[in-house]
Design a protein around this ligand. Structure first.
Ligand code: F0G
Length: 481
């Protein structure tokens, strides 16, 4: 929700009270310098005790509601036939209209089941953009990912409202090139995570579905950030401003063959699921569920989380909840923009994304500008962001680095967790860093895992730039900040 102030400003406003809090601390700069070095300049390897604001992700870190926590107390821990599952199935039917539900312990588990059930070696999966785990699962079973985003998608400084749209001409070309029978499915990701949380329009989804149906290609919808995409449709797409989030979700689902989501984002729990109205798809996936996840009525999730997910799905359809992340992200993006920091615009659905190539134009891409930026942001602020660039892109079969389309440092804004003053602090320190950007240098790998290397990889600086940055910071703020 946004609210108009008497001075004309519009600010995001919390439509909740905070009654349980968790303390955090700002370790002094010298400790931060040691911590990021110990972590191999990889923010994934920092410990919570060394982090002030944890903006690594909005996955599993959103604040839960009182009703979600209360629902957890009535969990039915039956291995089979759990009442908790049926309460989740009722919520899925009510919110999305699907009859068949397959629980999975998180989003990538759903992706694993889909890959196992629908992809044969040599198949192609079309996507409006890939996500790291969605691509890894396709490739693990011998498939190939083809991204068919529009030409606007990679312009970071933009006012195009739907950069997550799938390019229909490229879709048609892909069908001609590979043949429809080789295309396992087309995957639409609600707010494309890796290119700035950018939504697609309902009009685009409808057209993608028309084309897919004509060629009998199933449409798979990744709804991990579905309430945010629905909110952007409501606020940006012509003809939708009078429609409720609930109605838009129902409109979207009309075009979906198989829906899946990480429950860790819009639904504010730790879990995931697949849902469909087509029994043939359900029957194709279900046999794999007990092999990899668990019985059909828990699928690897704790029944407490299943209960909380049933509530979370209903709550994410409320206007105040669907907008709670996006409005704060927009505020954060606007603060950075007015200080001249290059950010992805329009503001997206899960985070504020800083464009590292524009921020650090002197760092060549093989020295990982987004990784260097994430490390430098931590150093000067204690804020943990995530590299979303070439480090997050694995090497090709020949062992060459694959340069990412974009180099972004992602500052996730978990819903209902951080306040405006914390965002103001973040914007201030990032702007300070921008004014001292010449001090920041590149990184190189010293330990590099073969798959999804960004999780555990360790790097070092190519020059003593972290020490120089630390000195400049102490000069301006002292040693205690
Ligand atoms: N799809 C999307 C669009 C995601 O953003 C994620 C996770 C997944 C699938 C996988 O779900 O984590 O529950 O297994 N995104 C997290 C992030 C990890 O930090 O953006 P998961």
């Amino acid at each position: 929700m946004k609210i108009q102030l008497s001075d004309g400003r519009s600010i995001p406003i919390e439509m909740h009270k905070i009654r349980i809090v968790q303390s955090t601390q700002l370790p002094p700069i010298k400790r931060r310098a040691a911590a990021i070095k110990e972590a191999g300049y990889n923010t994934f390897l920092l410990r919570t005790r060394d982090v002030f604001l944890d903006m690594l992700t909005d996955s599993g870190t959103n604040a839960m509601s009182d009703n979600q926590l209360a629902a957890m107390m009535r969990a039915d821990d039956a291995y089979a036939g759990s009442e908790s599952f049926f309460r989740l199935a009722d919520a899925v039917k009510e919110v999305f209209g699907f009859d068949y539900v397959i629980p999975a312990h998180q989003g990538r588990a759903a992706e694993h089941l889909l890959a196992k059930s629908f992809i044969k070696p040599g198949d192609v999966v079309l996507m409006n953009y890939h996500f790291t785990t969605s691509k890894a699962h396709v490739e693990q079973v011998g498939g190939k990912v083809l991204e068919i985003f529009t030409d606007d998608a990679l312009i970071t400084d933009s006012d195009i409202p739907f950069k997550g749209n799938l390019d229909l001409n490229k879709f048609e070309e892909a069908i001609k090139t590979y043949g429809a029978e080789k295309i396992a499915y087309v995957r639409m990701e609600a707010t494309t995570n890796l290119i700035g949380g950018q939504p697609f329009s309902l009009d685009n989804l409808r057209k993608v579905k028309d084309m897919a149906s004509k060629h009998k290609i199933p449409l798979v919808f990744d709804g991990s950030l579905i309430s945010e995409n629905a909110y952007f449709i409501q606020s940006r797409e012509k003809g939708f401003d009078g429609r409720s989030i609930k109605e838009i979700l129902k409109d979207l689902m009309k075009y979906v063959d198989i829906f899946y989501m990480s429950g860790r984002k819009s639904a504010a729990v730790r879990g995931g699921m697949i849902a469909t109205n087509q029994k043939k798809f359900y029957d194709q996936i279900l046999p794999w569920l007990p092999v990899y996840e668990g019985f059909a009525t828990y699928g690897g999730m704790s029944t407490k989380e299943i209960e909380a997910m049933a509530v979370g799905l209903r709550e994410m359809t409320e206007q105040e909840v669907a907008s709670s992340g996006a409005d704060f992200i927009e505020y954060f993006v606007d603060r950075l923009k007015e200080k001249g920091v290059p950010v992805v615009t329009p503001a997206g659905g899960l985070a504020c994304h800083v464009d590292a190539r524009r921020f650090l134009p002197h760092i060549p891409q093989p020295e990982y500008p987004a990784g260097a930026l994430a490390a430098a942001i931590y150093l000067v602020s204690g804020i943990r962001s995530m590299e979303r660039g070439t480090i997050s892109t694995d090497r090709d079969a020949q062992g060459n680095d694959v340069m990412a389309d974009l180099e972004l440092a992602r500052l996730a804004v978990p819903r209902r967790v951080y306040t405006m003053s914390q965002l103001d602090y973040a914007a201030d320190r990032i702007a300070w860093l921008h004014n001292h950007r010449d001090l920041v240098g590149g990184l190189k790998f010293i330990e590099e895992p073969p798959v999804l290397r960004f999780f555990f990889g360790k790097l070092q600086t190519v020059s003593p730039w972290a020490e120089n940055l630390q000195k400049a910071f102490i000069k301006d703020f002292g040693e205690d900040c």
